[in-house]
Write a protein that binds this ligand. Structure first.
Ligand code: BGC
Length: 714
C-alpha cells in the first residue's frame, strides 16, 4: 500500500472529514482565531485546510500544531485569494486581460505566487475564469472578459505562472480554477442569481477557459455558487463528474465555494445538511469550505446510507495527493521560511507600474495626449484623483493602502517643473455638490485638466452588481461642469475612468478631448497613469469586452450568431433597436496608441486545408504616426455555412508588433484547422468541410478587417 493508502487506512472518520474541511483563520495580537473552532481542532486532525491566514510565522505556528501535535501529523493546506497579486497588487484581472500578452499574464501570476508562498500560502483561489458579457455583474472585474478563446489563453498562462513546473517548489502555488462554470450569465447581472442558458453556450462559451486550465495542469477547481437551470453547480453531477472529471480528465481537488454546500438547502435541493453534504460529495466536491457540512452532515449521511465510506475515501485521497504534490509532507515549513528582501519587492513594484500602464486602454484622443512638455499648471480633478486607497480595486486583501500611488502623487513626481493642483469636487458616490464651484476655479487657472472619475474599489468584485453603468453619485454633474468650463476657455480635458467594468458613459467620451480606461491599475496606479499621460509609455491596452453605449445593449459581445433578419436601416422588420445602434460604442479589442497603424496585404496559406493541418496567416502593419507604439492585431474566423449556425466572429488569435514612426513589419499568426471545429452536444468535435472566412483586424469590427476565404476539406 502506498503512503496515502496507508494513511487513509489508519484514519478515523473524524480525521477523514477533517481533511475535507476548510475553515477561515486569522490572527490577532492574542493569537490565532479559527472560525467556529479552536486550535484544538487542528491538533485533533479535524481541520485539514485553512483559508485567509497569511504570514510565515502565523502559518508555521498552525502548521506545527498539525504536523507535530496531531496524531497522524498531516500538514495543513493553506489557501488564499491571490487574485491580482498578493502584497504587490497588479491591475484587476479584467485590466490585465487588456494586455493581450500571455507572457505578462504568466509573469504576474508567477510573481504573485512567489510573494504569497513567502507568506506561507500553498494554494490560490485563482485564476477566475468566468466569461462575462454583462458588465452589470460586478465579478466581471475578476475575470478574463467576454471571450472564451481569450479566457483560455489567460487560463493557461495563469496556471503556468502560479504552479510553475514543480508544484513542490518553495514558490509554487496550487491554482484553483474558478468558478466552474457559467457563473457570468447570472440573471440580469445580479450576483448569485440563477443561470439558465443553453448547453451549447456552456460548451462553447463557458467551458473553454476551464478546459485550458485543466490542460495546463490546474491542481484545483471551485464550483460556482450559482445553479444552472435548477441544478446548483456545487451538486452538478453532469458537469463536475461527467464533464470536468470525465471528459476533461481532471483528477485534482474540487473545493466548494464559501459555505456553498450549506447553501444547497437555500437553493431548494437539499432538506438538511446531511442531504446537502451527500449531493456535494456525490458530485465530486472534495473540500467543504466554511459550511461545516461534511463534518456535521456526512456522519448522518453514512448512517442513512446515503453515501459510502469509499466515496469519502476517494475525496480524502485526492486531498492528500495534493498535499503530497505540494511537498507539504516532506517540507511543511518550506513556504514562508524566509521573507523576501527589499530588492525583490522593489522589482515587483516596477513590474506593477509597467503592467498598470500597459493595461490602460485609450478610448479617445483628439490630440490632447501625450501632455505637451510645456504644461506648467495642471488641474487634477475628481474623487478618484487623490484616492490612493481605491486604486487596487476589489480583492486587494493583503495590499498596503498606505503605499499605493494616487494619480495626483504620480503626476507630481513625473512633472517636477509643473504645478499640479487638485480638487475632488465631489465624493465617489455622495450627493454633495457644494465642492464643484471651487473646482471650476482651479480648472480656469490651469493649462490642462485631468478628470479622474469612476467607481470605488468596492463597486466591483463579488456582491457588487450594478444596474446602472453610469458614473456613481454626482460625478456626471462634476464632469459636465468641468468640461463646459474648460471648453469655454479652450483647455483640453483628459478623462481617466477607473472601474472594474466598462461603464456606459457615451456623454463623457463625446465631450472629453481624451479618455483613458484605467480599470483599477494596481499599487503603482499614479505612476502607471503618469507614464501614459506624459508619453513615456504609449498606451497599448485593448478592451477585453465590448464597450456598451447603454445598459439596454447588455449582454453585449462580438460573438453573436447571425440573425435571419440582420439589421438593415431600410427595413423595419430586422434585428435592431429603434433608439440606439446595435454596435457597441467601442468593439472588443479596441484601443488607441500614440502611433497610427494601418494593416495591409493579408496572406493566408494554404487555401485548402484538412483537419490535421495548420494555417499560416500573415499581415503587414505600418506605423505612419509620429511616435513609436505597439499595435495588436486580432485573428477571427467565420464558418459561413454549418449544421449549427456559427458566430459571426470567433476569435482564434492575436499578435503584437512594436514599430517606430515610419516603420513597418509583418505579424504572423497560426491557426490549427482543428480549431475550426465546434463541439457536438455529445462533446465530440464536429469538423464540417466548407468555406471559412479568415479575418484580421485591429479589433472586432468587421468593417476594419482584411478577409480571405479558405476551404476546409474532409
Ligand atoms: C468567492 C470566491 C473566493 C472565496 C474565498 C467566495 O465568496 O466567491 O471567489 O475564493 O469566497 O474567499
Amino acid at each position: 500500500m502506498n503512503r496515502i493508502g496507508a494513511l487513509i487506512a489508519d484514519m478515523t472518520l473524524a480525521e477523514k472529514l477533517g481533511q475535507l474541511t476548510m475553515t477561515a483563520a486569522g490572527y490577532t495580537v492574542t493569537g490565532p482565531v479559527i472560525a467556529g473552532d479552536s486550535t484544538d481542532a487542528i491538533r485533533a486532525g479535524t481541520i485539514g485546510s485553512l483559508l485567509n491566514l497569511y504570514g510565515g510565522g502565523q502559518v508555521h505556528e498552525m502548521q506545527r500544531l498539525a504536523v507535530e501535535e496531531s496524531r497522524l501529523g498531516i500538514p495543513l493546506l493553506i489557501a488564499f485569494d491571490v487574485i491580482h497579486g498578493h502584497r504587490t497588487l497588479f491591475p484587476v484581472p479584467l485590466g490585465e486581460a487588456a494586455l493581450f500578452d500571455p507572457e505578462a499574464w504568466e509573469l504576474t501570476a508567477r510573481e504573485a505566487a512567489t510573494e504569497a508562498a513567502a507568506d506561507g500560502i500553498a494554494m490560490a483561489f485563482a485564476p477566475m475564469l468566468d466569461v462575462s458579457r454583462d458588465p452589470r455583474w460586478g465579478r466581471t472585474a475578476e475575470g478574463p472578459g467576454e471571450d472564451p478563446w481569450l479566457g483560455a489563453q489567460i487560463a493557461a498562462a495563469k496556471v503556468r505562472g502560479f504552479q510553475g513546473s514543480d508544484l513542490a517548489a518553495a514558490a509554487a502555488l496550487a491554482a484553483v480554477a474558478k468558478h466552474f462554470c457559467a457563473y457570468g450569465p447570472v440573471t440580469a447581472g445580479r450576483d448569485y442569481a440563477s443561470v439558465d442558458i443553453s448547453e451549447r453556450s456552456v460548451l462553447e462559451v463557458h467551458l473553454p477557459p476551464f478546459a485550458a486550465a485543466i490542460a495546463a495542469g490546474a491542481a484545483g477547481v471551485m464550483p460556482a455558487f450559482t445553479d444552472l437551470a435548477g441544478i446548483p453547480m456545487t451538486a452538478h453531477v453532469g458537469l463536475l463528474r461527467g464533464v470536468l472529471r470525465g471528459r476533461l480528465g481532471f483528477d485534482g481537488v474540487i473545493v466548494s465555494d464559501y459555505n456553498a454546500i450549506a447553501e444547497l438547502m437555500r437553493h431548494g435541493v437539499a432538506a438538511d445538511l446531511a442531504e446537502a453534504a451527500t449531493l456535494a460529495l456525490k458530485a465530486g466536491v472534495d473540500i467543504d469550505m466554511m459550511a461545516n457540512a461534511y463534518r456535521i452532515g456526512l456522519p448522518v449521511a453514512l448512517q442513512r446510507e446515503l453515501v459510502s465510506m469509499t466515496e469519502i475515501d476517494d475525496a480524502v485521497r485526492r486531498v492528500l495527493t495534493l498535499k503530497l504534490r505540494l511537498g507539504l509532507f516532506e517540507q511543511p515549513y518550506r513556504r514562508g521560511a524566509s521573507a523576501e528582501g527589499a530588492p525583490a519587492l522593489e522589482r515587483r513594484r516596477r513590474l506593477a507600474r509597467e503592467i498598470g500602464a500597459r493595461a490602460v486602454v485609450m478610448l479617445k484622443n483628439d490630440a490632447a495626449l501625450p501632455l505637451p512638455g510645456a504644461v506648467r499648471r495642471l488641474a487634477v480633478i475628481g474623487p478618484l484623483a487623490d484616492a490612493a486607497d481605491q486604486m487596487c480595486g476589489p480583492w486587494s486583501l493583503v495590499g498596503q493602502p498606505g503605499t499605493y500611488v494616487s494619480v495626483v502623487a504620480g503626476l507630481r513626481s513625473a512633472l517636477l517643473g509643473a504645478q499640479v493642483v487638485h480638487s475632488p469636487g465631489v465624493t465617489i458616490g455622495g450627493d454633495d455638490i457644494s465642492g464643484i464651484a471651487g473646482t471650476l476655479d482651479i480648472c480656469s487657472a490651469a493649462d490642462a485638466v485631468i478628470l479622474c472619475v469612476g467607481e470605488a474599489a468596492a463597486m466591483s468584485g463579488e456582491a457588487a452588481s450594478r444596474a446602472c453603468l453610469d458614473l456613481p453619485g454626482q460625478q456626471r454633474r462634476l464632469a459636465l461642469s468641468v468640461i463646459d468650463r474648460a471648453k469655454a476657455l479652450g483647455k483640453p480635458v483628459i478623462a481617466i475612468v477607473f472601474s472594474g467594468r466598462p461603464l456606459a458613459v457615451p456623454w463623457l467620451i463625446e465631450r472629453a478631448d481624451a479618455v483613458l480606461a484605467a480599470w483599477f491599475p494596481g499599487c503603482e496606479a499614479g505612476h502607471s497613469i503618469a507614464d501614459v499621460i506624459t508619453g513615456q509609455v504609449s498606451p497599448s491596452g485593448r478592451t477585453p469586452m465590448s464597450w456598451p453605449r447603454a445598459v439596454g445593449q447588455v449582454p453585449i459581445f462580438f460573438g453573436q450568431r447571425p440573425s435571419g433578419r440582420p439589421a438593415d436601416p431600410d427595413n423595419a422588420y430586422t434585428s435592431k433597436y429603434l433608439d440606439l445602434p446595435n454596435e457597441p460604442l467601442f468593439p472588443f479589442g479596441y484601443g488607441l496608441s500614440y502611433g497610427r497603424f494601418g494593416l495591409s496585404n493579408l496572406r493566408v496559406s494554404p487555401h485548402e486545408v484538412t483537419a490535421s493541418e495548420q494555417i499560416e496567416v500573415r499581415v503587414d502593419v505600418a506605423n505612419d504616426g509620429a511616435r513609436a507604439a505597439e499595435q495588436t492585431v486580432f485573428l477571427f474566423v467565420h464558418d459561413r455555412i454549418a449544421s449549427v449556425a456559427r458566430p459571426l466572429l470567433e476569435l482564434k488569435g492575436f499578435g503584437k508588433i512594436a514599430l517606430r514612426p515610419g516603420e513597418s513589419g509583418t505579424v504572423t499568426l497560426y491557426i490549427a484547422a482543428a480549431e475550426l471545429r465546434f463541439l457536438g452536444l455529445d462533446l465530440r468535435p464536429v469538423f464540417e468541410p466548407g468555406e471559412v472566412e479568415i479575418m484580421v483586424g485591429p479589433c472586432a469590427d468587421r468593417s476594419l478587417m482584411l478577409v480571405q476565404s479558405i476551404r476546409l476539406c474532409a
